[in-house]
Structures are given as structure tokens and as C-alpha cells.
Design a binder for this molecule. Structure first.
Ligand SMILES: NC(=O)c1ccc[n+]([C@@H]2O[C@H](COP(=O)([O-])OP(=O)(O)OC[C@H]3O[C@@H](n4cnc5c(N)ncnc54)[C@H](O)[C@@H]3O)[C@@H](O)[C@H]2O)c1
Length: 251
């Protein structure tokens, strides 16, 4: 059997129970990584963990204590941690921005931005203490670069995720801790109907997809393959990048 591209590594994948996150879990396990799925959803998270023979830790990525617990799970279960994929995300349904509520705003900022703050706050300290060349990957979005109407504060949260990634990359480059972002174009997941602001039917998705030069939505395997490259030693000199996985949408 040929060596896996992530052999010997241990990864936390937030939001790994569903959508892109599940695809990342599948790819990382296939390439030899040990994986801890960190998700709010207990039943589905445990089922996916059983399917891929990995660990599950109930985690709300907006809570510091949960980050401390998932780090402890990684160290107790697998003896180390190398990779954090900040994939869990949230949005409100596409609507005129003057109708956005305080709760909508807090949701996108907490799940999409505060999670990155907390993960770096808790886990950079571990990488520094253990002198490990850690790796963070943020799942941002083309929305952070080429925003569409009706999702202003979601778009803003993803712009913040990209800037945080670049800022952390320059700060911790000297410590060999890498930070990169992956920006998918619209996919077909549990979140898609919220981006569209209507049901995710082929007809409703067609307008979105018409702006993608390669003519299709992104798939979990597109995002997972990119994350695998960034997490692997092949990308050891890459930090501060934001890779658009978008069939040419952001050109
Ligand atoms: N689907 C798309 O079209 C699209 C496009 C660009 C970027 N993204 C981004 O990709 C990422 C994954 O989205 P998806 O489409 O796979 O969504 P999804 O809804 O299929 O999966 C999201 C997962 O995150 C978990 N989650 C939500 N809030 C959480 C929290 N507070 N703590 C822990 N887990 C939590 C959910 O339980 C779920 O398992 C998100 O960051 C999203 O913004 C999605």
C-alpha cells in the first residue's frame, strides 16, 4: 500500500458531521490522518465518526471551554495534534440587509469569526508549548472576495476569516505554524438553500451556477482535496494563502 499524504498526522475537523466537513473527514482518513470530528450535532457526528473510524467530540466552536476539551480529546486519544480545519460555519437566509436581526449578525460573527479567534487562542499556545509546526485551514468563501447581495454580514464574516488567516500567518510564520484559507464557491449542502434564500432545486441554483465559468457547483471532494494538499508536507512553505475553489468564479 502506498503511503498516505497525511500519515502520522492528527487533525480536528469542525463541522465534520455534514457537507464539506464530512468530505474533508473522508479524505483525511483515506490519506492516513487520525481525525477528531468536532461538531454540535451529536447523533450525526457519532455516526460519521463510526463510519470513518475516527473520534467525535461534541463541540460548539463559539465556546472556549469546548476548544479546550477538543484539544484534550486529541491529545488523550491520539497523543498529539497537527492540523485544525475550521470548517463549521453558519449563515442566515439571504434577505435584504435592513431586515437582518441582531441574532443573525451574532450568529455569523460567532460561528464564522469568533471560532477562528478561539481556535488560535487555545491551540497556537499548544503548538508553541510542544514546538510543533502546526497547520490551520479556514473554510472561508468566495463570498469574502466577490460578495453577492442579501448576505452582507455573512460575506463580511468570511472576509474577516481571510484577513485573520493572513494576519496569523505573518505573525506565526517564524514559529513554523501555517495558516491558510480555502474559499469554496456555492456547493450543494445543508446550507445552500440559505445562500439562495429559497429551496435548493436545480432551477433555483441555475442563476448562481451561471456565474461559474466551469459550469457546476463545488463538491465536498473539491474542498477536501485542496485541504489535504494544504495540510500535507507538500505545502510546507505555503502560508497566508486563500485558495479559491470556484471553477473560475473569482477571476
Ligand atoms: N455550501 C456552500 O455553498 C458554501 C460555500 C462557501 C463556503 N461554505 C462554507 O463551508 C463551510 C461548511 O459548510 P457546509 O455547506 O458544509 O454546511 P453544512 O450545514 O452541511 O455543515 C455545517 C456543519 O457545521 C456544524 N456546526 C454549525 N454550527 C456549529 C457550531 N457552533 N459548532 C460546531 N459545529 C457547528 C453543523 O452541525 C454541520 O455539521 C462553512 O464554513 C460555510 O460557510 C459553504
Amino acid at each position: 500500500m502506498s503511503a498516505g499524504r497525511l500519515d502520522g498526522k492528527v487533525a480536528i475537523v469542525t463541522g465534520g458531521a455534514s457537507g464539506f466537513g464530512k468530505g474533508i473527514v473522508e479524505k483525511f482518513v483515506k490519506e492516513g490522518s487520525k481525525v477528531i470530528i468536532a461538531d454540535l450535532s451529536v447523533d450525526i457526528g457519532n455516526a460519521v465518526a463510526a463510519e470513518y473510524k475516527c473520534a467525535f467530540a461534541k463541540t460548539d466552536v463559539t465556546q472556549r471551554a469546548d476548544w479546550e476539551r477538543v484539544l484534550a480529546t486529541a491529545v488523550e486519544t491520539y497523543g498529539q495534534l497537527d492540523i485544525v480545519v475550521n470548517n463549521a460555519g453558519a449563515t442566515y437566509s439571504n434577505k435584504p440587509t435592513e431586515q437582518v436581526t441582531d441574532a443573525d449578525f451574532d450568529l455569523v460573527m460567532n460561528v464564522n469569526v469568533k471560532s477562528i479567534y478561539l481556535s488560535s487562542s487555545v491551540i497556537v499556545e499548544y503548538f508553541l508549548r510542544e514546538k510543533r509546526p502546526g497547520c490551520f485551514i479556514q473554510i472561508a468563501s468566495t463570498a469574502g472576495i466577490r460578495p453577492r447581495p442579501g448576505l452582507t454580514w455573512y460575506n463580511t464574516s468570511k472576509g474577516a476569516a481571510i484577513t485573520a488567516t493572513k494576519s496569523l500567518a505573518v505573525e506565526y510564520g517564524p514559529k513554523q505554524i501555517r495558516f491558510n484559507a480555502v474559499s469554496p464557491v456555492v456547493g450543494s449542502t445543508a446550507m445552500t438553500h440559505l445562500f439562495l434564500g429559497k429551496p435548493d432545486t436545480p432551477e433555483n441554483r441555475a442563476a448562481f451556477v451561471s456565474t461559474i465559468p466551469m459550469g457546476r457547483p463545488s463538491m465536498p471532494s473539491d474542498i477536501a482535496n485542496t485541504c489535504c494538499f494544504l495540510a500535507s508536507d507538500e505545502a510546507e512553505f505555503l502560508t497566508g494563502t486563500n485558495i479559491e475553489v470556484d471553477g473560475g468564479r473569482c477571476v
